[in-house]
Design a protein around this ligand. Structure first.
Ligand code: ADP
Ligand code: ZN
Length: 346
């Protein structure tokens, strides 16, 4: 299926299906007249899929740039080395770039695409569940600075996104769970049917990805540049980010967001925003995927969040759920948050 991303300045398709990757040669010819194609990937993904890509793209002149796997790839040093390598391989401004890998590759290569020669055309081919349902959709690119994650980046849309769930067959289980947290988040902020199907454990991977993407797309179409509604995607992320950071990024994003969602529904319940039954159902769904099981300390997380937001005049904007599929943004004070954990008995 094709999901259209019709943004103000451009529009492009998200091609989603089993074996969608087989469409790549035709899709390239639709958007690009040249012969040269530059594919940036990481060592793991290269090992699994380089041969597939090479034979699929035999009619093109393909060069690979392969970086070491892991978050370290989102650094200024690797960013520079990727650009150097592409230039050494004589990449021109009109040549096509392909980001082939998980969220790390997507963010890094998106940033390369948006800045190299002031912007080159590129295709996103996400290969992790997390990247398929989240980072490959919406046009945010980023690398990390010493001051924090995703501190350097742009909004830059690809020419095409190809999502092939068959890539997930080689994905380690841990990475699958990591992505499931964002799927579950999408259900809670925007898709009652998805939530029901996850609850019953009756959903095919393809439909699950489609539904999660549609939630994200609908939010991004309303607010491409993250000024209003796009904040809904941050459900579970206020405390999720704090937990990731507190663990020195030992806890992966999805696992942290799962904890963050549980905190957000607990706090929402205490503040009278979130109905009581939500917490139980969310916990059950998360447990199905071994998520939401960490023993984190809410009080230190509250402290950390407010320490990081020194200049928010004592209030923090948080995303709550008034019902499944119905998020709201509400300011909360540090004192109100403490209170939610001190009156546990009630
Ligand atoms: P994320 O998508 O979670 O942001 P990464 O880009 O770091 O994160 O990908 C997570 C890990 O999974 C990396 O080690 C990467 O090499 C590996 N990986 C990505 N896609 C696949 C795949 N389809 N099969 C196996 N391993 C993969
Ligand atoms: Zn996230």
């Amino acid at each position: 299926m094709r999901i259209q991303m019709s943004l103000e300045k451009q529009s492009y398709d998200i091609l989603l299906d089993h074996k969608a990757i087989l469409q790549l040669p035709y899709e390239i010819k639709n958007i690009y007249k040249g012969q040269k194609v530059f594919i940036v990937t990481d060592e793991n993904v290269y090992k699994f899929y380089a041969n597939t890509l090479k034979s699929l793209l035999a009619e093109f002149n393909v060069s690979f740039v392969v970086v070491a796997p892991g978050e370290q790839a989102k650094s200024l040093a690797i960013y520079e080395s990727v650009i150097d390598t592409l230039m050494e391989q004589d990449m021109k401004r009109s040549d096509l770039l392909i980001a082939f890998g998980g969220g790390v590759i997507g963010d890094l290569v998106g940033f390369v695409a948006s800045t190299m020669y002031r912007g080159v055309p590129y295709i996103q081919i996400p290969t992790t569940l997390l990247a398929q349902v989240d980072s490959s959709v919406g046009g945010k690119t980023a690398i990390n600075s010493h001051k924090g994650k995703n501190m350097i980046g742009t909004f830059y849309q690809p020419k095409l996104v190809i999502i092939d769930p068959d890539f997930l067959r080689t994905l380690p289980n841990f990475e699958y769970k990591n992505g499931m947290a964002e799927v579950i988040k999408s259900a809670y902020i925007g898709d009652v049917v998805l939530q029901e199907k996850l609850f019953k454990g009756q959903i095919k991977t393809l439909e699950m990805i489609e539904r999660a993407i549609l939630v994200k797309r609908n939010v991004v179409l309303k607010d491409e540049f993250d000024l209003n509604e796009r904040m809904f995607l941050n459900f579970g992320h206020t405390f999720g980010h704090a937990l990731e950071k507190q663990s020195n990024y030992e806890i992966a994003h999805g696992f942290a967001v799962a904890e963050g969602m549980l905190m957000a529904v607990h706090i929402g319940e205490k503040l009278g925003i979130t109905p009581k039954h939500i917490q139980k159902d969310l916990r059950m769904i998360l447990e199905k995927y071994d998520l939401g099981l960490l023993k984190s300390d809410p009080v230190t997380l509250i402290d950390d969040v407010f320490y990081d937001k020194k200049n928010t005049h004592g209030e923090l904007k948080m995303i709550f759920i008034t019902d499944i599929g119905k998020p709201v943004i509400q300011p909360v004070s540090k004192e109100a948050l403490y209170e939610c954990y001190h009156s546990q008995a009630s």
